[in-house]
Design a protein around this ligand. Structure first.
Ligand SMILES: C[S@@+](CC[C@H](N)C(=O)[O-])C[C@H]1O[C@@H](n2cnc3c(N)ncnc32)[C@H](O)[C@@H]1O
Length: 231
């Protein structure tokens, strides 16, 4: 994709998220449950005692930010969309408008760089992961829709702004990470909760579903490290 086309995609994404946002906020009970399950999973896969600082990419209105700020001492949140950032509840207000493809942080300046459901909206996925690998000192964490989950597949097919999700297989994510110089530590399909859509009445049922769900989990979770370091 050439530079002009990339700029056009960025402008389109910014306008889309400025105008639509997420239907729910981070305080919605279903979103809180969704994020707390993810944070518990992250605590099992990443030694958070090694994480003093983190940069969140595509933080939006803060589904991840709200939960991650409880476990990471210094967190900065970035997003392309100003109106999404304005809704973000980050307590330190370290909010930065920035594209994933060019993060305004020094190389190796954060212990963890993470993105939840962002890369499938990005035109230069490999460039964004290279940027995440550049900024991190150690950990990179990604959650992206799992196209092998039937609901995610249909959503990606039918919603034009979600179509990028169709190429997000485990192999694709693993390859993009490896090409960015990262060592993949774990890659798993996880979760059964669709945070923007599922009614609250489903929560008692969702609490009974194991978080790691081989093949059909709604998301693929990737934990990777820089330079082959495990942590
Ligand atoms: C599905 S939302 C996810 C938001 C947040 N991570 C969450 O978990 O709720 C996708 C977000 O990615 C942002 N985004 C899209 N393209 C981007 C890009 N190239 N660089 C940075 N952010 C981008 C959008 O503005 C939007 O906030």
């Amino acid at each position: 994709m050439d530079a002009v086309r990339r700029q056009a995609v960025l402008a389109h994404q910014r306008k889309y998220w400025d105008e639509h946002g997420n239907p729910r906020g981070p305080d919605h009970p279903v979103v809180r449950f969704f994020a707390s399950q993810r944070v518990a999973y992250i605590e099992r896969r990443i030694d958070l005692s090694t994480v003093g600082s983190a940069v969140e990419v595509g933080a939006g209105n803060g589904f991840a930010t709200a939960a991650m700020q409880a476990v990471v001492p210094r967190l900065a949140a970035t997003d392309l969309s100003l109106s999404m950032l304005q809704a973000n509840p980050l307590r330190s207000r370290a909010l930065v408008q920035a594209a994933a493809e060019s993060l305004p942080f020094a190389s190796g300046s954060a212990d963890l760089v993470f993105a939840w459901e962002v890369l499938h909206h990005v035109s230069d996925v490999a460039g964004a992961v290279r940027e995440m690998a550049r900024v991190t000192r150690r950990w990179v964490l990604l959650f992206e829709p799992n196209r092998n989950n039937p609901a995610q597949f249909l959503h990606s097919l039918l919603a034009p702004h979600e179509r990028g999700g169709l190429k997000f297989t485990r192999n694709y994510l693993a390859r993009i990470c490896r090409e960015a110089g990262l060592a993949v530590r774990s890659i798993e399909t996880v979760g059964a909760t669709l945070p923007n859509r599922m009614p609250e009445i489903f929560l008692p049922l969702l609490r009974r579903v194991p978080f790691v769900l081989p093949v059909v989990g709604i998301s693929t979770a990737v934990v990777a490290t820089k330079d082959g370091r495990a942590g």
